[in-house]
Design a protein around this ligand. Structure first.
Ligand SMILES: Nc1ncnc2c1ncn2[C@@H]1O[C@H](COP(=O)(O)OP(=O)(O)O)[C@@H](O)[C@H]1O
Ligand SMILES: [Mg+2]
Length: 244
């Protein structure tokens, strides 16, 4: 479904050139949910934006469904860090924004309804709790009915209870909607709870250091089990070992 082949990304040019991602290759099967984990500033968002076609790699290839990614596409949706809501637009307008940008008719009413936001369609982001704002961000992406859902730290800076609730929600949505998911997070526990495979990135420039199999992700009662903590501990050690 998603093929990333030897991708490098640099910002700027000449002496100011800064390499952010270097020689990264991986693939994600249709309907799989993987996590990209790495230290702050390593290049996770940059790589995700490249998957969304917002950034063109300086080297390598990214293919989705066999086609080279060239700009944004209808079947790929991105959830921005901190939801990226426009404060002067209502929940309804914010949730329909991706549809409008893609020139697609229709509204996000059903999606908002399925995320428990039907009663807040006329509210403004400033009137919502942080957790509700994130759900509007999720609704905006899902209104596209994407085959691929890219998520950039969708739950950063939430209190832990709200974060767990929305993690469960993402899992439910993934099970019912069957999208292919790429979740960027610096939260190791979140990656272990949600993703069947966890791709570890080094500090900038991001290189892929290891792909950790995590077959129990999504299983009932996994969170809180010994196996869960062992996996979290393993990843912590791996990421810590990369720090210099
Ligand atoms: N447009 C840009 N121009 C120059 N540097 C950038 C640009 N975007 C990101 N960077 C730098 O690239 C690095 C990786 O950024 P980012 O992908 O946002 O990291 P992460 O999401 O892992 O925290 C950071 O050091 C950041 O300062
Ligand atoms: Mg980021």
């Amino acid at each position: 479904m998603i093929e990333v082949e030897n991708v490098s990304i640099a910002h700027g040019s000449g002496r100011r050139e800064l390499s952010t991602v270097e020689g990264v290759s991986f693939s994600v099967s249709a309907g799989e949910l993987v996590a990209l984990v790495g230290p702050s500033g390593c290049g996770k968002s940059t790589l995700l934006y490249a998957l969304d076609g917002l950034i063109t790699p300086s080297e390598g290839h990214i293919r989705i469904g066999g086609d080279e990614v060239q700009g944004i596409r209808r079947d790929v949706a991105l959830i921005l860090q901190d939801a990226g809501l426009l404060p002067w637009k209502t929940v309804r307008q914010n949730a329909a924004l991706a549809l409008r940008i893609q020139g697609i008719e229709g509204d996000a009413h059903e999606t908002l309804d399925s995320l428990g936001l039907a009663d807040f369609e006329s509210s403004y982001p400033g009137e919502l709790s942080e957790g509700m704002k994130r759900r509007v961000g999720i609704a905006r992406a899902l209104a596209l009915h994407p085959r691929v859902l890219l998520m950039d730290e969708p739950l950063a800076n939430l209190d832990s209870l709200t974060r767990e609730k929305i993690q469960n929600l993402i899992l439910d949505l993934w099970r019912t909607l069957h999208f292919t998911g790429v979740l960027v997070t610096h939260d190791i526990e979140e990656a272990v709870f949600l993703a069947r495979r966890i791709l570890l990135l080094s500090p900038r420039p991001a290189t892929l250091t290891e792909i950790v199999a995590n077959p129990e992700a999504g299983a009932p009662d996994y969170r809180g089990s010994d196996a869960f903590y062992a996996q979290v501990q393993y990843l912590r050690t791996k990421l810590g070992a990369d720090e210099t």
